[in-house]
Design a protein around this ligand. Structure first.
Ligand SMILES: O=c1ccn([C@@H]2O[C@H](COP(=O)(O)OP(=O)(O)O[C@H]3O[C@H](CO)[C@@H](O)[C@H](O)[C@H]3O)[C@@H](O)[C@H]2O)c(=O)[nH]1
Length: 499
């Protein structure tokens, strides 16, 4: 058997690198060698934040290897500096990334160990084009829900005007869009924010547009999706001219019951920032299902006013909490000292008597703790999947990108959480935060009728079990991934036989 070789390339943000790293391990476990290609700046950031160089190679028990390769982006090897020219950065990353892919592919062909496929994630349509130019098969790894993929698909296939109409600020709150084959009704806040023409980041939509142009050149392209069949059965089947294949949840398998050194390797809780705080010990000292975990991912910063409301909400709710407030870090990964001094929360002392504030934590470890009762999350897809796979009910507190759609799925489809309602100025007030926390963590029965809390906990347990089933031997994602790799193995064998 010839072991197929795959290149995996991802946008260098943590929410993109995390699932892609987990995917590289799953591919290796299924019998492929993987080259993980990232910009030098991302590799440096990993080394600096964890205090050590990530291992250049990780070997799976079956002998497959995950290795890192880097490429330099002219002028940006220390990363993109705030205030820089984002368009120039993007075009340089594209130029240097495409060149790096070509060089890897050509040199592997010359060495007689050619690559079988290029796998790339969001915002990198150029990667698909480069593979096509090189005559190399390519597959996209979609790291958001299948439902979000479908919405983008429809946006570029006849429903753009309807969606833009629904997104307009003057559209009535009741104005909703339905889309083919999806049983949901989407209001403005349920649709990806980049579709809003007034959004500051609306330019991002052009990456998705280019991606769908790449798909048009392919015959029924396959898209591997970080979800699982049971979670999004309808959405995975909604679009017939593309094939969506669930291979998730892409969280470290050590947290899905399988334990072993390989399951814990390449675990981004380690290779990104590491917090020295003793939060795991603190969590273990708390009563079961009583702690509120609050975190808004790796990118999002709320304005001071919103942070104060969250703080008041937590204080009035009165239960212990673990809150991640990320320190602002510069490109050299040094803490940026707050020169204005106005960022400090007014009630920090009171907060620290009730709970714990940390600059970072190993989120999957935290979500695995028995003391957790609820996750207040921005609904980034990784956080959402991690919470589902670890059985933690949520208060959905979305801001942008796919998060509104994810919040809708949490509240209406999977029924494992409630979504906050911002006021007219877009601020979620402390009373509203307390109301949502009470719904998720409050009393257990209401006049003998099962409470919202009990329903959410029951559903959280159900999805946790289904998530685990899906990645176990014989589970849906396990089989889908095996079939994908088996095809690559077959093709690599055939080519080597012909040579
Ligand atoms: O203290 C922390 C906070 C976060 N994380 C991890 O960081 C990742 C965060 O990913 P995600 O929840 O997806 O949030 P973002 O970092 O905001 O991700 C971006 O990318 C995602 C994937 O495309 C999108 O779904 C989000 O909307 C987008 O903001 C997760 O794996 C978390 O476990 C930690 O380990 N420790």
């Amino acid at each position: 058997m010839v072991r197929p070789r795959l290149i995996l390339i991802t946008y260098p943000a943590q929410g993109h690198i995390n699932p892609t790293l987990q995917f590289s391990k799953r591919l290796a476990a299924a019998g492929a060698d993987v080259t993980f290609l990232i910009p030098l700046s991302a590799r440096r950031r990993m080394a600096m934040s964890s205090g050590r160089e990530p291992d250049p190679e990780t070997v799976a028990p079956n002998g497959s290897v995950v290795s890192f390769a880097t490429f330099s982006v002219d002028g940006y090897d220390d990363g993109f500096k705030p205030g820089g020219d984002i368009k120039h950065y993007t075009s340089e990353t594209m130029r240097c990334g495409a060149q790096a892919v070509s060089e890897l592919v050509v040199s592997a062909r010359n060495d007689g160990r050619p690559y079988s496929c290029l796998i790339y994630t969001l915002l990198l349509p150029w990667a698909g084009l480069t593979a096509e130019e090189l005559g190399l098969p390519s597959v996209m790894l979609w790291i958001q829900p299948a439902t979000v993929f479908d919405v983008y698909y429809y946006y570029f296939h006849g429903y753009g005007d309807i969606i833009r109409e629904t997104m307009k600020r003057q559209a009535s709150a009741a104005s909703k869009t339905t889309l083919p084959e999806l049983s949901l009704e989407f209001a403005r806040g349920d649709l990806p924010s980049f579709m809003d023409e007034e959004d500051t980041f609306s330019f991002v939509i052009s990456f998705f547009e280019e991606q769908f142009e790449v798909f048009k050149k392919m015959n029924r392209p396959r898209i591997l999706v970080n979800t699982f069949d049971e979670l999004e059965a309808e959405a995975l089947r909604a679009v017939s001219d593309l094939s969506l294949i669930g291979i998730g949840p892409l969280i470290p398998s050590a947290f899905l019951d399988e334990k072993g050194p390989f399951d814990m390797s390449l675990f981004s809780g380690d290779i990104f920032r590491r917090s020295e705080d003793k939060y795991i010990e603190w969590l273990n000292s708390q009563p079961k299902a009583k702690v509120v975990y609050v975190s808004f991912g790796s990118l999002l910063d709320w304005p001071k006013q919103q942070m104060e409301e969250i703080a008041r909400g937590l204080l009035t709710f009165g239960r212990p909490f673990l809150w991640v407030i990320r320190e602002k870090v510069g490109n050299d990964n040094e803490k940026v000292e707050n020169d204005k001094g106005d960022e400090e929360l007014s009630c920090r002392e009171e907060l620290e008597k009730l709970g714990m504030i940390v600059p970072w934590c190993s989120q999957v470890e935290v979500l695995s703790s028995e003391s957790l009762g609820c996750f207040v999350t921005h609904c980034g897809w990784n956080s959402t999947l991690e919470s589902l796979a670890l059985g933690v009910p949520m208060v959905a507190f979305p801001k942008w990108a796919d998060q509104g759609t994810n919040a809708k799925l949490i509240e209406e489809v999977w029924k494992t959480g409630v979504r906050v309602k911002p006021n007219e100025d877009g601020i979620v007030q402390s009373e509203e935060i307390k109301r949502c926390l009470e719904l998720v963590m409050g009393g257990s029965t209401e006049n003998g009728v099962e409470s919202g809390k009990a329903i959410m906990r029951r559903n959280a347990k159900k999805w946790k079990e289904l998530a685990r089933e899906s990645v176990k031997e014989g589970g849906s994602s396990y089989k889908n991934l095996k079939a994908f790799v088996a095809e690559m193995i077959h093709e690599a064998d055939r080519k080597s036989f012909l040579e």
